[in-house]
Design a protein. Structure first.
Length: 152
């Protein structure tokens, strides 16, 4: 029967080999990741190359064609979370029973139930790209709220 030291050595070798296999298959090609927070100002202008968009904003979250145009036009969609806030809100009441020593009776008193509401502000930027150049864009924001994991 192998000793405890042998099992520990075997586990270390297996863990190291699994780590090597998991990291050894990673691609060495560097692809720009989408930045949640831009570190330097970047303005979009008509005529900006799509490669410059990718270099500054990263890969878009979605790309879909614009069907109305006869030219090759694509809409690049970038979504990012730009803020959040939380507050406590009244989500209901519950009856709490108390014994009143003066009247010698049990009474029910409604007690408020407070829950955390988190509101996220999201920004969606849609950029129309024709033949690898920016033609137009729009930016909008929306808010998502949820209380205890229930979205509204």
């Amino acid at each position: 029967m192998p000793s405890i030291l042998t099992f520990r050595q075997l586990a270390a070798v297996l863990l190291g080999g699994a780590t090597l296999l998991a990291t050894g298959c990673e691609s060495t090609k560097a692809t720009p990741k989408k930045s949640e927070n831009l570190t330097e100002p970047f303005s979009i202008k008509r005529g900006t190359l799509s490669a410059e968009l990718i270099a500054n904003l990263g890969e878009p979250d979605d790309i879909h064609p614009v069907a109305e145009y006869s030219v090759e036009a694509m809409v690049w969609v970038y979504e990012r979370k730009i803020g959040s806030e939380s507050r406590m809100v009244l989500s209901g009441t519950r009856d709490v029973r108390y014994y009143d020593p003066d009247t010698k009776q049990t009474i029910s008193i409604p007690e408020p139930i407070m829950s955390a509401e988190v509101t996220y502000t999201n920004e969606v930027t849609e950029i129309i790209v024709v033949r690898d150049r920016v033609v137009s864009w729009s930016r909008s924001t929306d808010k998502d709220s949820n209380i205890d994991g229930i979205s509204r």
